[in-house]
Design a protein around this ligand. Sequence first.
Ligand SMILES: Cc1cc2nc3c(=O)[nH]c(=O)nc-3n(C[C@H](O)[C@H](O)[C@H](O)COP(=O)(O)OP(=O)(O)OC[C@H]3O[C@@H](n4cnc5c(N)ncnc54)[C@H](O)[C@@H]3O)c2cc1C
Length: 297
Amino acid sequence: MMADALPRVAGKLTANAPLAPLVWFKSGGAAEWLFEPRDIADLQGFLGDLDPATRVMALGLGSNLIVRDGGVPGVVVRLGKAFAQVKAVDDVTLDCGGGASGILVSSTARDAGIAGVEFLRSIPGTVGGFVRMNGGAYGGEVKDILVDCDVVLRSGEFRTLPLAELHYTYRHSALPEGAIVVAARFRGRPGDPAAIRAEMDRISASREASQPLRSKTGGSTFKNPPGKKAWELVDAAGCRGLAVGGAQVSEKHTNFLINTGNATSAEIEALGEEVRRRVKESQGIALEWEIQRVGRP
Ligand SMILES: Cc1cc2nc3c(=O)[nH]c(=O)nc-3n(C[C@H](O)[C@H](O)[C@H](O)COP(=O)(O)OP(=O)(O)OC[C@H]3O[C@@H](n4cnc5c(N)ncnc54)[C@H](O)[C@@H]3O)c2cc1C
C-alpha cells in the first residue's frame, strides 16, 4: 500500500514499522503501517477515509500478544501520550484514556481514595487492552468496574458503549472488530488511601514471587478451563521448562512462555501448540489460547 493511498493525518504514520520492540515477547515482524493518532478527531478522520478493505488493529503494550514473524498487514494503531491521562471525576469514578497503563489507573485511584481498582496494578497493559480482554487478577475483573467506554469504530464513527454491550465473559469481550477503545470510565468504591496502598503492595509482592515479570513473555498463555488451572494442566503434562528453539515454558509459572533470547514468534507459537498437544494427549483437555496471535507466519 502506497502512502498516497492513505488519508492524511496529524499524528505519526510510519511504513514498515518493526513491532518487536513494542511488544513484551520482543519478537515478530513489522506493521505494514503504524499509526499514532494525535487525538480522537485524527483517528476518526483517518479511519473514516481509509479503504474499508484495509485491516486495522489496536496495539497496547503488547503484553498479551504474539506478532507473527511475517508482520501485520494493514494498519496498527497505537495510542500515545494524548490518550494516557487518568483523572478522578467524582468520589468513585475514574475517567481513563485508552492508552493509560494499569499502574497509572490504580495509583490515581489510590490517591483519590477509590478502592476496588487495585488489581489493575498488576496487569501490565493499557486501558484499551484491559477493556478488550476483560483483564482481571486477584478476584477483580474489568467487567466489575467498567461503566462505559468510548470507541472509534472501524468506520471512523465515535460511540460510547455501555458495559452491557460488551457482553463480557472470561478474558473476552464483544468489542467490534477493528474498534479502538480511546477512553473508559471505571467505578470503584470509597476507600482509605493507606489501605488501598497496602493492598497494591500486597498484590505487587505476590506477583513478583509467582511470575517471571522481568522476562520477555506474554502473560498467561492459555485460559483456565472451567474449574481447572491451566498452569496445573501444563505442569501435569510434564511441560515445565520445555523448549522449542529460543522459546521455553517458564520454570517459575508454567502458564507463561518465555523468549529466552532470540526466539522467533514461530518458535513461541509452536511451543504453545506443543503444550496444547501434550495436555490434550495426557489429560484430554483442549487448552484455549488467551494470548492473541496476529499477523502472517
Ligand atoms: C507479566 C504479565 C502478567 C500478566 N498478568 C495478567 C493478569 O493477571 N490478568 C490479565 O487479565 N492479563 C494479564 N496479562 C496479560 C495482559 O497484560 C492483558 O491481557 C492486558 O489487558 C493487555 O493489554 P495491552 O494493552 O498490552 O494489550 P495488547 O497485548 O497490546 O493487545 C491485546 C489485545 O487487546 C487489543 N487492544 C489493545 N489496545 C486496544 C485498544 N485501545 N482498543 C481496542 N483493542 C485494544 C489488541 O488489539 C489485542 O487484541 C499479563 C501479561 C504479562 C506480560
